[in-house]
Every structure is written in structure tokens, then in C-alpha cells.
Design a protein around this ligand. Sequence first.
Ligand code: F6R
Length: 244
Amino acid sequence: MKIIVTDSYDEMSKAAAEIFEKEIRQDSKIVLGLATGSTPIGTYEELVRKYKEEKLDFSGVTTFNLDEYVGLDVKDPNSYRFFMEEHLFNHVNTNNENTHVPDGMTVNPDEYGEKYDKMIEAAGGIRIQLLGIGSNGHIAFNEPDEELPVGTGLVNLTIQTIEDNARFFKSKEQVPTQAISMGMGSIMKAKKIVILASGEGKAEIIKKLLERGKVSTRIPATFLLLHPDVTLVCDRKAYSLVGR
Ligand code: F6R
């Protein structure tokens, strides 16, 4: 795993945006895998700035997001489709038809998940995937468990994730308990992966990820150790426990 440690959140965001910029400039019809959450907001801000000030063109880009809460429709401010519009799609020239976020209102999430994976394949596969990491080691919403899903489908959120994400909702009770998430296999098929981590709250999990030298379904992010092209971009705070 390649590791880039930056002094601040802003620098982490700039470093990640630069990696994406390079890929988009190399292939104007690129397929991107995208994430939500607090961590990538600065990366999206920087990509929007590059679109506005440096002519970074998103018109041919196709995107697939990692996940969506079950039961939230696209107009719900806590839905991940809403998040993506607010932080990226409304501010760059992506073509709406080419931006995909799983449908949280689908009646059959597992069937829908299979279709989602086929759509990714039909688009040529994900060239570069952006990830955050949960404080419990989840990637997308693949939560620590005895087994991990390979394909995209319905997942149950752990209490820790519900508590971590309650900050976006009025109360913990309002956080959906299920999501549609890209599976581990779907993520691992991406040619290149960039995983972001920022702040002290991620220091423990980054230490575990980098120091154990083992994969465990109890720390889903450790599967990234098996992927040939992963870059961890994190700030000093997230890296602060490594080696200690
Ligand atoms: C978001 C996602 C999640 C987040 C993770 C970290 O699409 O799949 O795995 O990346 O929960 O979230 P933040 O960045 O809010 O700490």
C-alpha cells in the first residue's frame, strides 16, 4: 500500500484531488467510484475548484457511488444522492445520466445490487475508487462480521456506525439501520483505490490496518492489503499512532 501523510485535512484533500485529476485528464471517459461521508468533502471541493478554475472536464465521466441508506429517497437531505449533488454533481459538468448512486427506495435491494454490479461492469469497470474508512474498519458499509458480502446488496449497519453517523441526523433513532452497499468484491475490482482518513478518530483503525499484516473480516479495510494498487492518503492525526 502506498501511503501519503499530509500535515492537514486540506492538504489531504488536495493530494487526493490531484490523483483523481490526473486520471480524469488521462481518460475523459473514465469511470469513477465515489464515496460520501465527512472525509471526502474537501476532495470534492478541490475537484469543483479545478473544474471552475482549471477546466477539469467531467462531461464524459461516469460515476458509481458506494452506498445509500435504505428508505431514504433522493430528496432526503441525508440521502447519499443528495450529498453527491450538494458536494459535486451540482457544481461540475457531470451528465446526470452517468452519475449512479444506489437507489435506497428499491423494493428488492439484493436484486438491485446485482444489477448495480452489472451496470458497473457494462460501463467498463471502475478505474479509480475513492474510499473513506469507518472507525470500526468498514469500507462502504461492509461492516465487521464473520463473513463479508462479495457483491452489492443489502447490509445491516452496526451500532457503532449508527452512532458515528448520528451527527448528520436529528437523533440516533433517525439513522437508517440498513443500507445498500457495494460488496467487497465489487470494490476490489477497481483498478486503483484511494482511501482517505483524517483526524484522531481514525488513528486507531489506521494503526490496525497498517500494522497487523493480516486480513480479517473483523476489519474489512484489511482486504485492501490484497489489492495491487491502493494509496492511503491521510493527515498526521490519522497516522499519529502508527509505529507507537
Ligand atoms: C461512505 C462510506 C463510508 C464512509 C465511512 C467514513 O460512502 O461508504 O464507508 O467512508 O463511514 O465516514 P466519514 O468520512 O464520515 O468518517
